[in-house]
Ligand binder design. Structure first.
Ligand code: SF4
Length: 694
């Protein structure tokens, strides 16, 4: 029972969980947060929220919070609490020692999509300006990096094309690799409302997600493809659209690169790409595929929404390009009700990508090797910058195992639980000489840290998040940081100890710098956000009030560019030892690795990760509903309870990755997307057998 007193004042801020970006009023009594109330004027949520967001404040005051910095010489030593001064100067002297011994490129930084834009911008600035290299990456690497690359190549911008309101004018929704009623609940409800009003739904997903059949909503088509075959499925849809002349010839002629279209159309039309020819690969009835293609192409405004079930594959980028191809071919882009819309998992995935936290790009997706771009940053920051792209997260870990990468600053990310092939991750961390973790709790990664810097929660800081519709919203400080500092201040202290003074007094000054250096943010300021409530980038001279729908009248890159999307099977194969395919997802009440949600009041339910297995596969193995099972792959094994259900097809098993006891990612492999290294979380060959529990 939570006793609720009378609040004295309230502060409007933004939820720090998923990419919907709901606005809340934090109702306060002094420094005590009484409750979070969904904010009716919130542009992303219009007064709605989900159970995660409402209870999010619980983790901010949880007893597990670490509020004092700690250091230790070896990871086997006990932690020693120290002052902030001692911790920061220890970090600086260790990083300088490592660079003097092993070279400038032997250290790096990882920022998080949980952090604000300003914090993320500062981490990449720390790495580039104070470390003197480009070894910076973000956890968006492991989720939506294929979106960034795929959409920039086809449309010219690494972002979703629509605002959330646009769904209200969609006649057809093509939902692939996403489960919005669990993963993005407030937007999922808006989608459901539109479906109840009569919009038609196509679901492409190995699992029968709730939206396939739920009260008052039934998908027109569910294409339950085999995990790992998205590109084959999207090519089969393209085949029907091309060979049945369902494409929008006028749109293609006017808006797209015709040579690229012709190449793509010839490829798609090939008989080997027909739904019939690809049925053995996808496992889906070709007649269903044909019907779905006709509906998408000719059903009116057709909008694509997708999630990590598209990106977290060895062909993640190819699948994003294939979705863009479909939208361009049918003219479903550049107006309200259509588009290609990635549903971002974390609150600031879009922002962390926008802020230049990839090793090859400055903010606004400009390559570090472009002289005039680099020069603008050099002049502003007063340093010379490296023109060579740095290391991505997996490359940092590989280099650590090889002995050439020795120091890492990790802000707000738990790579020892969330990244794939955890044995390799922990081997890399264990091989380093100075791992600095800045976080709220002693997470799994902190087990390998030499320095722990306590982080601040979203309730203890000022800044901005950018949600899945490119909407930049203010995060307002509602209570004093328990650790004494906001996260951006800690980064600034490290930079200063390394001899590079950043000298910001408030995150609004960081945003002013972002605006000065980033054309798509040129018009963004905290003043504008206070006045307008939020703004969707691009926001600049051409669009002073922001841009709800992109590519209206023309693509950002000029002509839309089609890409041939040849299906290449993943190297992760099933066989006699590992005959089942494991895929992963989320549940409504938990958020990612559960570090926050497990410490809030909404964890009364669904505490465990469960393994969904088809009755046929369960019976073959003597597995009963609720029994413990062992899941083994080439990478590792774990134990969890079985849920026997026909939500998954025979041959497919499914679990979530919320609980550290399960460590689902111990079984996922190190295969990754060909273009971006985004891990192939969604396809792992496994064997499942009865067990006695962990
Ligand atoms: Fe909104 Fe997502 Fe937060 Fe739920 S978790 S309240 S849907 S932002």
């Amino acid at each position: 029972v939570v006793e609720i007193g009378q609040p004295e004042h309230s502060v409007v801020t933004t939820c720090a969980y998923c990419g919907v970006g709901c606005s809340f009023k934090a109702e306060m009594r002094g420094e005590e947060l009484v409750r979070m109330v969904p904010y009716k004027d919130g542009k992303a949520n219009h007064g709605h929220s989900c159970v995660k967001g409402r209870f999010a404040w619980g983790y901010a005051t949880h007893q597990d919070r670490i509020t004092r910095p700690m250091i230790r010489a070896k990871i086997s030593d006990p932690w020693r609490e120290v002052s902030w001064d001692e911790a920061i100067s220890h970090v600086a002297s260790e990083f300088r020692r490592i660079q003097a011994t092993y070279g400038k490129g032997s250290i790096g930084g990882i920022t998080s999509s949980r952090c604000t834009n300003e914090e993320t911008f500062l981490v990449q600035k720390l790495v580039r300006a104070a470390f003197g290299n480009n070894n910076v990456d973000t956890c968006a690497r492991v989720c939506h990096s294929p979106t960034g690359y795929g959409l920039s190549q086809t449309f010219g911008t690494s972002a979703g094309t629509q605002d959330f309101d646009s769904v209200e004018q969609a006649d057809v929704i093509l939902l692939i690799g996403a489960n919005p009623t669990d993963g993005h609940p407030v937007f999922g409800s808006r989608m459901k409302k539109r479906l109840r009003e009569g919009a038609k739904l196509i679901v492409i997903d190995p699992r029968r997600i709730d939206l396939v059949r739920t009260p008052h909503v039934e998908a027109a088509y569910h294409l339950p493809l085999r995990p790992g075959t998205n590109v084959a499925m999207l090519t089969a849809l393209a085949h029907v659209i091309v060979t049945e002349h369902l494409y929008d010839e006028a749109f293609v002629r006017e808006r797209c690169d015709l040579d690229a279209f012709t190449l793509w159309a010839e490829f798609a039309a090939a008989e080997r790409n027909s739904p019939e020819a690809l049925a053995a690969t996808t496992g889906v009835d070709p007649q269903l595929v044909r019907a779905a293609a006709r509906l998408y192409a000719k059903g009116g405004n057709a909008a694509i929404y997708y999630g990590l079930g598209v990106t977290e594959h060895s062909q993640g980028t190819t699948a994003v390009m294939a979705l863009a191809n479909l939208a361009m071919a049918t003219g479903n882009i550049g107006r309200v009700g259509v588009g290609v819309n990635p549903l971002r998992g974390q609150n600031n995935v879009q922002g962390s990508c926008d802020m230049g936290s990839f090793p090859h790009e400055f903010s606004g997706y400009r390559h570090v090797s472009t002289p005039e771009v680099r020069q603008a940053f050099e002049v502003d920051w007063g340093v010379s910058l490296d023109a060579e792209p740095g290391l991505r997260i997996p490359n940092m870990l590989d280099a650590a195992v090889d002995g050439t990468f020795k120091g890492l600053y990790i802000q707000g990310e738990d790579i020892a639980q969330s990244d794939p092939d955890i044995k390799h991750v922990t081997a890399g961390l264990a091989a380093m000489e100075c791992v600095v973790v800045q976080d709220l709790f002693l997470n799994e990664t902190a087990q390998f840290a030499h320095v722990f810097l306590p982080g601040s929660t979203f309730l203890e800081k000022n800044g901005t998040f950018t949600n899945a519709e490119r909407r930049i919203q203010l995060v307002r400080k509602v209570m004093t940081p328990k650790n004494g500092y906001e996260d951006w201040e800690v980064t600034q202290l490290i930079a200063k100890a390394l001899g590079y003074d950043m000298n910001y007094a408030h995150p609004s000054e960081i945003m002013d710098e972002i605006a000065r250096l980033t054309p798509s943010f040129a018009g963004v300021s905290f003043d504008l956000l206070e006045r307008q409530g939020s703004v969707q980038w691009p926001c600049n001279e051409k669009a002073p009030e922001g841009t709800p729908v992109m590519h209206v009248g023309g693509f950002v890159r000029g002509q839309g560019r089609f890409f041939v999307t040849e299906y290449v099977a993943t190297d992760e194969k099933t066989g006699p030892r590992f005959p089942l395919l494991l895929t992963t997802g989320r549940i409504l009440s938990q958020y990612n690795v559960g570090a926050q949600t497990r410490r809030t009041a909404n964890t009364a339910w669904h505490e465990e990760d469960l393994l969904e297995i088809h009755p046929h596969d369960a019976e073959q193995r003597g597995i009963n509903d609720g029994a413990w099972v062992k899941v083994a792959s080439r990478a590792g094994e774990t134990s969890l309870r079985a849920k026997v259900t026909d939500r998954v097809a025979p041959g497919v098993v499914y679990t979530t990755f919320h609980h550290p006891m399960t460590l689902a990612n111990i079984v996922t492999t190190d295969y990754s997307d060909w273009a971006t290294n985004c891990p192939e979380y969604k396809v792992t060959a496994v064997q499942v057998s009865p067990s006695n529990g962990p």
